[in-house]
Structure formats: C-alpha cells, structure tokens
Design a binder for this molecule. Structure first.
Ligand code: C2E
Ligand code: CA
Ligand code: CA
Length: 405
C-alpha cells in the first residue's frame, strides 16, 4: 500500500504462519474485511508509522522472536494509537492479565485477551466489543488533533452535548443518579469523546466555559426528569483547573437555584489529574461547596491520581473505585484485595462507595456479594443521550426483576 487507505483495517500480528492463517480465516468467516497480516511486529510498526492504513483493531501475539508483544504495546502507546487492541498468547493466563494491565497503563483501548487456541465464539465477542469502540473512530479523524480555537468555537456554538450514565443501588436496584459525560458533537467529525478535548480545554483556559456549559445542561435535564418523577442525583466531572476560580461555588448555586434543584442532589467528581496549582484556593472552593450540601466524590480512586492525601484533606463523601479494580476482580486476587481495601476505607470514613466499570454479569454478582453501595458500568447501561433515559428506566425495571430474583 503506498497511498494512505482510509478504509479501517484490522491488523493481525503473529510470527507463526499457521496461527496467522487460522485467525485470518476465522475473522473472514465472521464478516471482517480489510485485514492486514504481519509476521513481524517491525513490519506492523512500519505500517503504523507511515500511516499507510487506518487501523481500528489489532490482534497482537505476545510471544514473538524479534520485537515481542509488550514492546509493540509500548510502541502503540507512544504513537497515541486510538483503536482497539486484543492480546493473544498461549502463555499462562496471568502473563496475559499483566500484559493487559500494561497496555491499559499506556492508555490503550484493550478489548480483552485471547488464549490460544482461539475459539470462534471468543473472537466474535471481541468484535462485538470493537463495534462499540469503532463508533468513536471516524477513519478520517482518527489521528486528528484539535486546535484551541476550534474547541472555543464549538463551545460557543453549543456543540457540547452531555451523555448520562446511570448509577444503581446494589442492594435494591433503584436508579440513584446519573453521571454526566460530555461529548463534542463536531459538525464534520461526528461525536468526539472527552479524552480528545478535556486536556486541550485545560491547557487553553477553556475548562471553565466547558464545565459551566456541562453543568447548566445537566441541571436543565434533572429538572425535566423531576417533572417525570425521576428523582435523580446528578454527578458532574470537575477538572482541578475549575478549582482555581473562587466564583465557581456561586455559579453552581445559581445554576441549581435557576432550575429549582436542591444542591444536595448534585455530586461533583474530582480527580487529581494535575497537581493542584493553588491548593488553598482548591480547598476553599471544595469546602464551600460541601457547606452548601453539594456532594464531593473522589473519582478513579486507587489510580494514584486520587491519593490518600486528598482523602485526608478534602471533605469527600463519595468514593468511586476505579474500574481497573472492579472489572474482573471476581477472578483476580490482587484486584479483589485492592477493591476490598478501598471499600473498607470508604466504609470507615462514612463515605458512599461506588464501583465503576461493571462490565458483565460476573462483575455484577461479585459486587452484589460485597457491601458496596452503588454500581455503574456497561453491564447496567452505557452513557446515553438524555432523551433515551426514560426508555432505559422502563427497561431497567424489567431487567432488575431477573437480576434480583
Ligand atoms: P470518568 O470520570 O472516569 O468517566 C467514566 C468513563 O468510563 C466514561 O468514559 C465512561 O463512558 C466509561 N465507562 C463507563 N462504564 C464503563 C465500563 O463498564 N467499562 C469501561 N471500560 N468504561 C466505562 P468517557 O465518557 O469517554 O469519559 C472519559 C473521561 O473524560 C471521564 O472519565 C472524565 O474524566 C472525563 N470527562 C468526561 N466528561 C467531563 C467533563 O464534563 N468535565 C471534565 N473535566 N472531564 C470530563
Ligand atoms: Ca467521573
Ligand atoms: Ca472514574
């Protein structure tokens, strides 16, 4: 291929020609087109570096003689690859699990791992997951970086839209609230996810405008849901940079009052994604918000961004255990230990505990056996546009009957 091909491709990397042949055959039988096969990771790197093709999904063997799967994963992280990754190996399952975590630490979208020999059913399950990833990947824009002015215009033109993901009680199944997750409805590129524009907003002084826009939209929705008799809490993500503006608590209070929403229904989620530039201002703002009865949630707990120091200093009343300690904790002793440790800390500090990343029924059953308060994740619902929430609520009422049977 000499000219960049804009069709999204699936890349398969394995040094064993037999495995490569079988996997290619299986993928074709599942309806996949545009396959690229590589017997050496070096070749795959050349294709990616030269941007010869748009790659949306990679199946990568871990054990290869020249450059192995771990080195390749590191390479993918370094070029900011945004597609899906599936790790394949015949090794001990724990090696696969560790490799998976490593890939996630490089911010890669790991769909899962496959143990050789690969069954058609497992492969097909990966492709279903990939379907959800691809909706975020328009081949023309997969690598596009946005300019601050484009985002500024987008905010001014009202192109930011909120999606909402439900949080449910693990003991009753009641829907307690929703988390607001912002997206950018770009006029040309389609729906853009926040990991592609939040740092841009933080770096170019746009985060206050962004958050105000997200918060006002969310409050408006809560007020509409109130009218439908859904009494929901609403969580909004804050950036540490929001906590530099001393007027922020007043803006929050005004917006809530304008929509007739008690502040006790608002939850603000904070991670320490960047060092607090002005620690005193941040503590001042967080404490004032708490005094106004806004709930404060420590997000991504356990990842190192959300540290124990923050728990000591900030009056948080909710703790969200990061999804990397939730999904799969039922089968992984180390994840379970971290999960249970975090939970016990939340309990001792009198905080509401939330498990993020509940992706499948096993995760759900595991959590039901703990005393974690709330759960959130794809198994319950994906983030959705506000208009879809009433239908989802009706659907959940049916589903919960079987889940709580
Ligand atoms: P977050 O606060 O940790 O939000 C949860 C992210 O996990 C969301 O990604 C959500 O779609 C995804 N998620 C939910 N359930 C599952 C699951 O079961 N499995 C997996 N693998 N993922 C799940 P999203 O919407 O792409 O948001 C990414 C991050 O962007 C958020 O992470 C948050 O840090 C940031 N963000 C989103 N909206 C805003 C905002 O309005 N302001 C700020 N400052 N940051 C925001
Ligand atoms: Ca969050
Ligand atoms: Ca989180």
């Amino acid at each position: 291929m000499t000219v960049a091909d804009l069709q999204p491709h699936i890349m398969v990397i394995d040094d064993d020609p037999f495995v490569l042949g079988v996997l290619t055959h299986q993928l074709t039988s599942l309806g996949c087109q545009h396959l690229l096969t590589c017997r050496e990771a070096r070749h795959a790197m050349d294709v990616m570096e030269a941007a010869e093709a748009v790659v949306e999904l990679i199946f990568c063997d871990l054990d290869m003689p020249d450059i192995d799967g771990i080195e390749f994963v590191r390479f993918l992280g370094s070029i900011g690859y945004r597609g899906g990754v599936v790790l394949v190996s015949g090794e001990d399952i724990r090696v696969l699990q560790t490799a998976e975590r490593l890939a996630m630490a490089h911010n890669l979208r790991v769909l899962g791992t496959l143990h050789k020999p690969i069954s058609l059913a497992d492969l097909s399950a990966m492709l279903v997951l990939q379907g959800d990833v691809t909706t975020t990947l328009n081949p023309h824009t997969a690598l596009r970086q946005y300019l601050p002015d484009e985002l500024r215009q987008g905010i001014a033109n009202g192109e930011l839209v909120n999606h909402y993901q439900p949080l449910v009680s693990l003991s009753s199944g009641d829907v307690i609230g929703v988390e607001t997750l912002v997206r950018w409805q770009h006029p040309v590129d389609g729906l853009i996810y926040p990991d592609r524009f939040i740092s841009l907003a933080e770096d170019h002084n746009l985060i206050d405008d962004l958050t105000r826009c997200v918060l006002s939209q969310a409050m408006g929705r809560v007020s509409e849901w109130n009218a439908l008799d859904f009494k929901l809490h609403v969580s909004v993500n804050l950036s540490m940079n929001n906590l530099a503006s001393l007027q922020f608590p007043d803006f929050v209070a005004m917006t809530a009052a304008a929509n007739d929403i008690p502040l006790s229904r608002l939850v603000l989620e904070v991670t320490e994604s960047r060092l607090m530039r002005n620690r005193i201002a941040a503590l001042d703002i967080l404490t004032r918000l708490r005094l106004k009865h806004v709930s404060l949630s420590i997000d991504d707990f356990g990842t190192g961004h959300s540290s124990l120091v923050q728990l000591r200093d900030v009056p948080f009343d909710q703790l969200k255990i990061d999804r990397s300690f939730v999904h799969g904790a039922w089968r992984d002793n180390s994840l379970r230990a971290i999960f249970e440790g975090s939970l016990s800390m939340a309990r001792q500090l009198g905080m509401v505990s939330v498990a993020e990343g509940v992706e499948d029924e096993e995760d759900w059953h595991f959590l039901r056996a703990t005393d974690c308060d709330l759960a959130q994740g794809y198994f319950i619902a994906r983030p959705m546009p506000a208009e879809q929430l009433p239908d989802w609520m009706a659907h959940w009422q049916q589903q919960r009957q079987s889940l709580f049977a």
